[in-house]
Design a protein around this ligand. Sequence first.
Ligand SMILES: NC(=O)c1ccc[n+]([C@@H]2O[C@H](COP(=O)([O-])OP(=O)(O)OC[C@H]3O[C@@H](n4cnc5c(N)ncnc54)[C@H](OP(=O)(O)O)[C@@H]3O)[C@@H](O)[C@H]2O)c1
Length: 185
Amino acid sequence: MIIGSRAAERAQSAAEELGHGVEGADNAETARRSDIVIVAVPWDGHGKTLESLREELAGKLVVDCVNPLGFDKKGAYALKPEEGSAAEQAAALLPDSRVTAAFHHLSAVLLQDPEIEEIDTDVMVLGEVRADVEIVQALAGRIPGMRGIFAGRLRNAHQVESLVANLISVNRRYKAHAGLRVTDV
Ligand SMILES: NC(=O)c1ccc[n+]([C@@H]2O[C@H](COP(=O)([O-])OP(=O)(O)OC[C@H]3O[C@@H](n4cnc5c(N)ncnc54)[C@H](OP(=O)(O)O)[C@@H]3O)[C@@H](O)[C@H]2O)c1
C-alpha cells in the first residue's frame, strides 16, 4: 500500500507512522504504481488534483470518497457541484479511469485507532460497472464489522456525499463517530 501526498517527504513520514509496510510517495508516483487509488483530498483541491493525475490514473480503479461540504456557524452543509457530485466530477475529469465512489461515511478517527478491532458500519459503493463496484465492496469487507453495499450509479452520489453533513450533526450532538447500516440486506 502506498500513501500519496503533494510532497513525497510528507507521504513518507505519514507512511512511517502507519508502519505495516506502507510506503509513501508523491501523488503522481502513488497513482502510477497502484491498481486501486482512493482519492481523499479536500473538495477544494479535488478537481485540480485529478486533472493533474489524468495520465497516471488511466486504466486505474479510482475510489472517490470526497464530500463537497461547506461549514458555517450553523454547522456543515452540502455543496452542489456543477457536475452533480464529487464522483461525477471525477468521472468527467478521468475519462480513461474506472471511477467509483465509496467510504464517504467512514470515520478516519475509528480507522486510525489501533485499539479498535471492528468498525460497525456499512459502506455505500457507487459505480457504473458491476465488476469494479464488487472489487470496492470486497475492499470494504476486509475491515472487520464492515460491509460494502451497492448503492447505485454515480448520478446518485450527491445524496451519499451530502449525507455526511447530517452525520457531522449527529457526531456533534452525540459526541460520536456515527456510521450507517443498510437493513434487510
Ligand atoms: N476525515 C474523515 O473521517 C473522512 C471520512 C470520509 C471521507 N472523507 C473525505 O476525504 C477527504 C479528505 O478528508 P481529510 O479529513 O483527510 O482532510 P485533510 O486531512 O484536510 O486532507 C487530506 C490530505 O489532502 C491533501 N490536501 C490538502 N489540501 C489539498 C489540496 N488543495 N489539493 C490537493 N491535496 C490537498 C493533504 O495532503 P498533502 O498536503 O500531504 O498533499 C492532506 O493531508 C475529504 O473530501 C473528506 O470529505 C473524510
